[in-house]
Ligand binder design. Sequence first.
Ligand SMILES: [Zn+2]
Length: 240
Amino acid sequence: MQAKPNFTTNTFAYHNISNRFNIGINNISPNQFEKHLKLFKNYKDVTICFDDAYEDIYINAYPLLMNQPFKKIIFPISEYIGKYNDWDVNFIINKKKHVNNKQLQDLNRSGWVIGSHGACHISYKTLNNNQIYDDLCKSKDTLEDLINKDVTIFTPPFGYFEEKFIDIALKVGYKKIYLNQCYLNKFQSIHTCALNRFNIYKHDTTRSIKRKINGNKIKYFIDKNIHLCSNATVVVKKFS
Ligand SMILES: [Zn+2]
């Protein structure tokens, strides 16, 4: 399960950058994040992604990334811009606000790329093809109206993806889809629009991030299982 060369990109996915208490493994302190940024300076063509577009990214990560040589992508959930994250099963404890319209426009003006993370943050495992098409269209339209620019990058809610969704996303007008390596490895064909990225978790250190970049098999196995377990929990909780 070594990373296939054509899938290898130095792209890293984050969720929260803050010092607040947060259940789970997606919150990283600004101090820790600064250490990661120092490490990334040793690599070429680094892209840093932020899923869900929480307000703490605007408050804490945006200033740290000012004048840094990395590509920045933020993936808002279009129906939740400026709202609290009540789509999250841990909402009662992990109540957090998403960026608002103005903050998103500021990021866009500062050179950040705005991508889509769907409209409602519902796992595509639970939707049919028409519903997936609608979710992809709705989020693209809302974001394009807001920033007055084409939105052509997508990453799926909860990361869940199947090869057959690619045609739907391309039909809607997306050109690049960022995915966890474990989905790319399952594809039967090579799709140049599908790009690999590494999830960065609270327990990651600069050493463990280097292991991910180098395609370390054990690290890949651990990350894959963290991702699949968290995804299974979400789907079970939604339907229980
Ligand atoms: Zn998400």
